[in-house]
Design a protein around this ligand. Structure first.
Ligand SMILES: Cc1cc2nc3c(=O)[nH]c(=O)nc-3n(C[C@H](O)[C@H](O)[C@H](O)COP(=O)(O)OP(=O)(O)OC[C@H]3O[C@@H](n4cnc5c(N)ncnc54)[C@H](O)[C@@H]3O)c2cc1C
Length: 209
């Protein structure tokens, strides 16, 4: 069942017009019949540091945005997106900012600017330095992770995902889980497919005794 929920942006004004989930906009892009009809900002800021952030930023640039910035709260080395993805973003003209977290979204109704606070990481925990910078933004994408939504209450969880043992067996007999919704493994298509295959073989074994 994947990870259908999107994490909220904890910043003042985060509900302004022009602030969107990156996943929704990528879905819209993938299904669009006419790419030229898609609304794209002039100054786009993407909050996040994973593959979704890179996808949203690169696609915004390809759609014609003038300035696209990825703002990530930790260092480059801690970014979820691989170095290849980071370089791809840079090659398309996307600017990468590290150690900044959003604190406010400014505007008069719609987003006009995003205020970012510099961060420092001490002993693994992240703290704001109090020093901020404002970036012009008429489109702001949230790409700050997805979470499990709608899992049956009877199924045990592990770290917010469905706990599994072996080939995807959950805590409930007769229920298997795999892919993004299951604990462990990478959130990658190839992993989801492999786990689906392994679970199918295990289900077959269970059914035929
Ligand atoms: C923007 C973006 C870029 C990505 N880029 C890459 C990439 O380049 N390479 C890569 O390997 N991976 C990438 N991924 C990750 C990849 O998409 C996932 O790892 C993969 O899709 C996981 O497959 P899944 O089957 O577990 O979940 P999903 O693909 O999310 O499928 C789950 C399905 O279950 C449905 N569902 C949910 N609840 C219910 C319910 N109660 N009843 C019935 N159906 C339900 C959902 O609607 C959905 O269709 C990317 C993800 C995102 C968001």
């Amino acid at each position: 069942m994947g990870l259908g929920g999107v994490n909220a942006l904890c910043a003042e004004g985060a509900d302004r017009e022009g602030v969107r989930d990156a996943v929704d906009s990528i879905a819209e892009l993938c299904q669009a019949e006419d790419l030229a009809a898609l609304p794209v900002g002039r100054d786009v800021v993407v909050i996040g540091g994973g593959m979704t952030a890179v996808d949203a930023a690169v696609q915004s640039k390809l759609l014609g945005a003038e300035n696209v910035t990825i703002a990530y709260r930790r260092s480059r080395a801690e970014m979820g997106a691989s170095r290849y993805e980071q370089d791809l973003a840079a090659s398309k003209g996307v600017r990468l900012m590290f150690n900044v977290q959003p604190v406010a979204v400014h505007g008069n109704g719609a987003v006009r600017e995003v205020e970012l606070e510099y961060t420092s990481s001490e002993g693994g925990s992240l703290t704001g330095t109090g020093e901020t910078v404002r970036l012009k933004a008429d489109q702001l994408f949230r790409a700050i992770g997805q979470r499990l939504e709608g899992a049956p209450e009877s199924v045990a969880l592990d770290g917010g995902k469905i706990a599994v043992t072996g080939a995807g067996r959950t805590s409930v007999q007769g229920v298997w889980a795999g892919g993004d919704c299951a604990a462990g493994g990478d959130d990658l298509t190839v992993t989801a497919v492999a786990e689906g295959r392994d679970a199918a073989m295990d289900i077959h074994k269970a059914l035929v005794g």
